[in-house]
Each structure stands twice: as C-alpha cells, then as structure tokens.
Design a protein around this ligand. Structure first.
Ligand code: C2E
Ligand code: CA
Ligand code: CA
Length: 544
C-alpha cells in the first residue's frame, strides 16, 4: 500500500472499495444501535434521538447528497412512526413532530453530502491540473508520483527518456500552439506502439519519460527510433526535421523511479552530445552530472580554502637560471587534487571565475612574501581568464592589488591565451594595454593554437609570446613544426618580443630551442609545478 497517498482526508474523500464497505457496515450498525439506544432509554421524549445525526452525516460523506437524504429519511422513519414517545406507556409521537425531525435529518445528510461532493470535484479538478499538461492534456510526471510510491525499488523496470533536441528551433518555427500539437503527435505516436504495461509522461516541453518493463522495452527497442524518425512535422507545409535522442536506464538493478529516470535522462543527453539517436546508460555518462556537482562545490571550495597554488619555474636560457615562475591553481577535493582543466572551464561558465582570479592574485602576493632577498629578480606569471575582463570591479581590484604588492610591476606577468585574445580582440587589447601602462608585462599564452597570423603580433599589446606545448613537444623529428617554431622565434624577435617555449621535456628539444635563440623555457625537463616550499628549495639549490 502506498501510505503517502492514504491520508485521513484522502480516505474520506476518495475511499477505497474496502474502506467503503467497512464504513457502510459501521453506518448500518450505528442505525441499529441508535434505534436500540433510543428505545431502551425510554423513547423519543428523552432527547437521545440526536445520536441519529452521526450515521446520517456519515452517509452523506460516503454517498453524497442522495445518500445523505436517503439515510435522513430512513433515520427519521425508524425514530418516527416506528418509535414510541414513551416506551413505558407506549404512547406514540405526534405526526408533525416526527415529520419535522425527518426533514431535519434529511436536510443535514443532504447538505453534508452536497458539500463533500463539491470538495471532491474541486480536488479532482486541481489534481488533474497538477497531473496533466495544461495545453496538451498529456499526463505529466506528477501523475506518476501521485499514483506510485517514490521509494519503491524495482529491478524489472526500465526508464526511457525521449529528448527533443531541436526544441528551441522547432518552437521558433512552429510557434507555441503548433508546438503543442507536435507534442500531442509525438505522444500519440509513442503511445501507439507502447505495450500494455507501459506509460508515457511529459516531463517538460522537450522531454517525455516512458516507464516500461524490461521485457516490453525489448519488444519496442528496435522500432522506437525508426518509427519516430518517420514522424514528419509540417510548418506552412514545409516538412521539418525532428531531432531526438533516446536514453535508457540499465535494467536488473534495484532502483527507484527517480534513479531510473536520472539514468535514462543522462543517457539521452549523452546521446544528444554525441549525435546518437540511442544510448543505454553507462557510468561514464554521469561525468556531466559530476561536473555540475563539482560546479556546486566551487563556492564552498573558496571558503574552505581547498585551493592552493603550485609554481613552475621559467628558465632564462642565457643564464640557465630561474627568471620567473608561473602560478598554477590546484583544488584539493575529497582527498584528490584536481587540475585546472577539471574546473577552470566550468568556473568560466559562471561568475565564479572572478572570485578564483581574485583568490589567485591574493595567494600569489602572499606567497611572494616568502621569497628570499636574493630572489627579488624573479617574476610572477599569473593566468587571467578573458571572462574576468567583463568585470570592471574585479579589474579595479586587480589594479589595486598589483599597486600594493611588494614587488616591481614589471615583475608581474599576466598571461592570456592567444585564442581568447583573437576572439575578443578589442576587450582584451584594452585590458592588456591598461595593465601595461601600469608597468605590468603581458604574455600571449598558448601561441599557435589561436590562428592569429604572425603579422598580428605587431599590433597586440604583449611583451612575450609563449609557444604552446603541443608545438614544442612535437618539434623534435617534425621538420615543419621545427620550421614553424624557428619562424615564430625569428619574427617575434624582429618585433621586439621575447619568446618562452613551454612543455620542454627533453634535452634534444632544449638544445634545438637554444640553437634557435629561444629566450626562455618552461617544462618538466627543468621542473614540474611545485608547491611554494619546494619551489624555494629549487631556486636556492640552483643558486648554489
Ligand atoms: P597553461 O597556462 O598553458 O599552463 C601550463 C600547463 O602545462 C600546466 O598545466 C603545466 O603543468 C603543464 N606543463 C608544464 N610543463 C609541461 C611539460 O613539460 N609537459 C607537459 N605535458 N605539461 C607541462 P596545468 O597546471 O594543469 O594547467 C592547465 C591550464 O589551466 C593552464 O594552462 C592554464 O590555462 C589554466 N590555469 C592554471 N592555473 C590557472 C589560474 O590560476 N587561473 C586561470 N584562469 N587558469 C589557470
Ligand atoms: Ca599559462
Ligand atoms: Ca600555455
């Protein structure tokens, strides 16, 4: 039994057959008991006859106004001509007296019955609004929850999510009411081939959920996508294309309906992403959901100081000593250290990236205070996301922090990737120029990945070009890559720019870069990114 549905109010409003039978029995017993009670307390003269209101009202509740009136008349009669005024003298009641009472009984029963009927109708109406889509009348997800126990775990059930991928464009093309018709068509299409034990619900305007059994799913699996592909939609007699993805939950494990639905929904999204029409859930698909969870954990990560910085030395090839260090963020989360690729792109989708950049600047300047006296020549490179540039308050804050930092502005290097600079040229140029006017150095990061022509370099407000590690790592043995790097270095020098090559992992590459006159290198050959203590030791050892 589904307890959540059977509240006392629900039991009285919509009694089950069993409950109805029990109540009917109780009413009959009460009628008999009321008769016996009144008779043995001396007849109607004593006034105990009011007990009759109880079964009459109950009758109204249970059977509506007709039942209420019927029981009122019945009660009126058995306590009327069939009941003496005084059981000792057997004197009977006056006609007008019992008929008036009969009228009152019937009115009470009828009125209560009428009220209950009205309430029942209203509740049905509200429930229907809540469990059916307003425009299409299709059962919604709430319908499922109304009629099923959410905690019920089943291994034989399968959930199928039908996701309409081109929802937005269809809505624009068709308009809202035509789109509703389309939903109705899709609904009846699917309904048409669903086996008996299955049902379909509308979750939102782009998603249907099918609740079916493992066996039934097997029967429809092969036809599902095919039948739906045949669905042709017309707008102004132009046939449109319905782009959809179907996701299926894994059968055979005990799962609640919402767990099954979550699986099929994730599978459908995975199918959509990968251009498939069909996917069965796999744990891998949950990565996207994990990402969302990770995003949710970001704000508290800032509060709980779960971020920390590591620093990678940048080596000056003239002296073979550390000239700068690049700050790279890490996130210590549940015992695992996440690299920036696992959360920076996510944070960039939200304003959180602004808080992260602010945090990085603060942390870098704080760490810098630990640098020893003879490290003063070492510069600090900080990665700034182009998303940060849209926040004027943050830029102001950054400017203040840089001014207040205990190091020369030219020892602060701001790295922006080439691709973002090219995509948001005006914004990034204004930003980099304004920082340069404060004396800060600017680095064009990941150079080679952003498709800017070499001639662009002349106009960009940057001091240094950092060749992307993909290039450096492949230069050895690839002559065209080698030539390209040679050209970048030569041209940059002609334009008065310095060159860093990142991703230097072996001595062959290092020697080639030296031959080409590259100014700085960064990479595992010299050092992996290090925490501040180890970095200080590293620099100290190099000095010695
Ligand atoms: P990036 O700016 O290109 O940073 C260099 C990345 O290359 C670092 O990865 C570093 O660990 C890695 N690397 C360095 N030398 C070598 C090498 O010899 N071989 C190989 N295979 N890899 C090498 P990491 O730390 O995972 O950072 C990845 C990216 O995340 C960075 O790329 C940067 O774009 C971004 N990032 C890191 N820290 C921050 C930050 O504080 N703020 C922002 N907005 N982005 C950051
Ligand atoms: Ca960088
Ligand atoms: Ca880079």
């Amino acid at each position: 039994m589904n307890d959540y549905k059977h509240t006392t109010l629900n039991r009285l409003l919509f009694p089950s057959t069993r409950y109805r039978l029990v109540l009917s029995g109780i009413i009959i017993l009460m009628l008999v008991a009321a008769y016996v009670f009144v008779y043995f307390t001396g007849g109607t003269r004593n006034g105990y006859l009011h007990v009759m209101y109880i079964p009459v009202i109950l009758g109204g509740i249970l059977y509506g106004w007709k039942g209420g009136i019927f029981l009122g008349i019945f009660g009126g009669v058995i306590l009327g001509p069939l009941m003496p005024l005084n059981t000792e003298t057997m004197e009977m009641q006056a006609f007008y007296s019992w008929t008036m009472r009969l009228v009152f009984f019937s009115l009470s029963g009828g009125l209560v019955g009428f009220m209950y009927e009205t309430i029942r109708a209203k509740v049905r109406q509200v429930t229907s609004l809540y469990t059916h889509d307003l425009t299409t009348g299709i059962k919604t997800f709430n319908y499922y929850w109304q009629n099923n126990d959410p905690s019920d775990k089943r291994a034989d059930k399968v959930s199928v999510s039908f996701h309409i991928n081109n929802y937005e464009s269809l809505l624009v093309l068709l308009g809202s009411s035509e789109y509703a018709t389309l939903l109705e068509n899709i609904h009846s299409r699917i309904q048409g081939f669903l086996p008996e034990d299955s049902d379909i619900y509308l979750v939102d305007r782009r998603l249907f959920w099918i609740d079916t059994s493992k066996e039934s799913f097997k029967a429809i699996r092969d036809d599902f996508a095919r039948i739906m592909e045949e669905e042709v939609i017309y707008s102004e007699s132009v046939p449109l294309y319905l782009d959809f993805s179907i996701g299926v939950s894994i059968p055979d494990t005990d799962k609640t309906a919402s767990e099954r639905f979550k699986e099929s929904d994730i599978a459908a999204l995975h199918a959509k992403k990968n251009g498939l029409t069909f996917a069965v859930y796999h744990d891998e698909h949950a990565r996207d959901t994990l990402l969302i969870e990770r995003l949710g954990a970001l704000p508290s990560a800032l509060e709980n100081e779960e971020f920390f910085l590591v620093y990678q030395p940048i080596i000056d090839l003239k002296t073979d000593k550390v000239s700068d260090v690049e700050a790279l963020i890490r996130w210590r989360k549940n015992g695992r250290v996440l690299t920036p690729d696992e959360f920076i792109p996510l944070a960039e989708e939200t304003r959180l990236i602004d808080f992260i950049t602010e945090w990085v600047l603060e942390a870098v300047f704080k760490d810098h205070l630990r640098f020893e006296k003879d490290f003063k020549h070492i510069g600090l490179a900080i990665n700034v996301s182009y998303r940060n540039l849209f926040n004027a308050t943050l830029i102001e804050k950054m400017t203040t922090m840089i001014k207040n930092a205990k190091l020369e502005p030219d020892k602060i290097h701001i790295e922006m990737t080439e691709s973002t600079l090219m995509q948001n040229r005006t914004t990034t140029q204004v930003f980099l120029s304004s920082f340069r006017s404060e004396g800060v150095q600017t680095i064009l990061d990941d150079f080679g990945t952003g498709y800017s022509s070499l001639s662009c370099l002349r106009d960009l407000p940057v001091d240094t070009v950092k060749i992307d590690r993909e290039f450096t790592m492949n230069m050895h043995g690839d002559s065209s890559m080698y030539d390209m790097i040679a050209t970048i270095i030569e041209l940059s020098h002609k334009l008065g720019l310095k060159v860093i090559a990142e991703g230097v992992e072996d001595v062959e590459v290092l020697n080639e870069l030296k031959t080409l006159g590259c100014d700085f290198v960064q990479g595992y050959y010299y050092s992996k990114p290090k925490e501040i203590e180890d970095l200080i030791k590293y620099i100290r050892n190099q000095k010695a």
